[in-house]
Design a protein around this ligand. Structure first.
Ligand SMILES: *Cc1c(COP(=O)(O)O)cnc(C)c1O
Length: 482
């Protein structure tokens, strides 16, 4: 495929601007003038539209096909939500920080303040910062808040460890390490959650926090949370909740009510805003009262008369974690999503997400191994070990699905399951879509029995066939595709 620059024809143009009918405002200083032409492609509007539309058709998206990528919540995002972000487009995000800006920005600050309040209510926290730009960024912010909390008590040097179960999302230990902590990893017990006895043995007064992905990456909700929180608190360790996949529990349990002190949520997973390809995301962080003094600034505060203002002093808190107030457009969409669904709607989201995952689990468990056969939450984790014995691995099943028009589930994650196939259908898929997917998964299992050799060439319907996965990730070259 040609680059758009290669399609350029000198003199061709997409638009014709009329001659200026207003006086020019004076010449730009010559130092600011271009020395050479910008070399932009000269192309008609129709050719440009065809070029980009054809490129987009080589991409895979939720808007084109079912996308059951575990732990990513690739659900359908209602297009009407884009309008709410567009409403705020005329406002520059720095305006509130200008002299007199607070007065002018009561509406935009009000939306952020209200969104923070709603998220605090949903998660059982006392205040929320919307600054972090992604889930992992929220984790780092949360762990820095925990570090600031211990530092204020004179315990920063003593509190050296963060405890993380091996069933947590990989970003958890990475974020804690970036924030300066050493990691203690706790293995998973046969019941599918952090081994409680090993956890008790590992806990000591040098632990700063226990970070838990809930539900964990096996899609299971830990039944011992209250006990774990009590043990952590008895050592003055804080409890961190990775709430990226809050569509598993929203409206059912508030993490703040069962002992968690800090949480991040992914607006771009749970709250109806698109993601993928690196962003934009938003990972607001909620905290209990004791941590409010350390929240990033500027912080939006409401006075008794309802006026909003900005607390900008960063004395004693962790300062800024992102420019402006974070990814404002994502927050506008998430706010609209929450208002649109209301309390009952959000509860229904969780119920449907969990029901869909359990439906797929029940329908496929006769065909694929299910290492932890329990009621799951928003996703279920199979193993292709039965198929691997025939020489057909999880990656081969993934390629089979590509040929049949499905985005593959997450494979080889979580790493504690051999040949893992992690399926997250999300709440927005119909039974008919899931049934069609289940049929294809069963077909793959049958073919693995009858013709295991056939998988090696897959995918056969794509512009490229089997790639060296590592090389493809490191040396991306999407333009060479004919
Ligand atoms: C996606 C995810 C994250 C990371 O979120 P990003 O926005 O991709 O940084 C963290 N934890 C869990 C459980 C996730 O599913």
């Amino acid at each position: 495929m040609q680059l758009i620059y290669e399609k350029s024809i000198p003199g061709r143009s997409g638009v014709k601007l009329p001659a200026s009918d207003v006086p020019t405002a004076g010449a730009l200083p010559s130092a600011l003038l271009r020395k050479e032409s910008a070399g932009l492609p000269e192309i008609s509007e129709l050719d440009a539209v065809r070029h980009f539309t054809n490129l987009s058709r080589r991409n895979f998206s939720v808007d084109t096909n079912f996308y059951p990528l575990g732990s990513c919540t690739m659900k359908y995002n209602a297009k009407v939500l884009e309008n709410s972000a567009a409403l705020f487009a005329p406002f520059h995000p720095m305006t509130a920080l200008l002299p007199g800006g607070e007065e002018f920005c009561q509406g935009t600050m009000g939306m952020l303040h209200e969104l923070g309040g709603i998220l605090a209510e949903i998660t059982g926290m006392d205040e929320v910062t919307t600054q972090p730009l992604a889930g992992a960024h929220g984790e780092m912010t949360g762990v820095l808040l925990i570090a600031a909390y211990h530092a204020a008590k004179g315990n920063r040097a003593k509190k050296r460890y963060v405890v993380v179960p091996d069933s947590s999302h990989g970003t958890n230990p990475a974020s804690a390490a970036i924030a300066g902590y050493e990691i203690i990893t706790i293995p998973t017990a046969p019941y599918g959650d952090m081994d409680l006895e090993l956890f008790k043995k590992a806990m000591n007064d040098e632990v700063a926090a226990v970070m838990m992905t809930c539900p964990n990456t096996l899609g299971l909700f830990n039944p011992h949370i209250k006990e774990i929180a009590d043990i952590a608190h008895s050592h003055d360790a804080l409890m961190y909740y990775d709430g990226a996949n809050l569509n598993a529990i929203m409206g059912k349990v508030k993490p703040g009510d069962v002992g968690f002190d800090v949480i991040h949520v992914n607006l771009h997973k749970t709250f109806g805003t698109p993601h993928g390809g690196g962003g934009p995301g938003s990972g607001p962080v909620g905290v209990k009262k004791a941590l409010i003094p350390f929240l990033p600034t500027p912080r939006i505060v409401k006075s008794d008369n309802g006026k909003l203002s900005l607390q900008t002093s960063n004395k004693g808190n962790i300062g800024r974690t992102a420019n402006f107030f974070g990814n404002f457009g994502v927050m506008a969409k998430a706010y609209a999503y929450i208002i649109m669904l209301g309390k009952e709607g959000l509860i229904q989201v969780s119920e449907q997400a969990v029901l869909n995952a359990n439906y797929i689990k029940a329908k496929l468990k006769d065909w694929y191994d299910l290492p932890y056969d329990m009621t799951c939450m928003h996703e279920c984790v199979f193993s292709a070990s039965k198929q691997a014995a025939q020489g057909v691995h999880a990656i081969d099943i993934a390629k089979f699905l590509i040929d049949r028009g499905y985005h593959p589930p997450t494979v080889y994650f979580p790493m504690i399951v051999k040949e893992a196939i992690m399926i997250e259908p999300t709440e927005t898929e119909s039974k008919a879509t899931m049934d069609a997917f289940i049929e294809v998964m069963i077909e793959a299992a049958r073919q693995a029995e009858s013709d295991p050799g056939s998988f090696a060439a897959m995918p056969v319907t794509m512009p490229v066939t089997r790639l060296d996965e590592t090389k493809a990730a490191r040396e991306q070259n999407v333009c060479c595709l004919e």
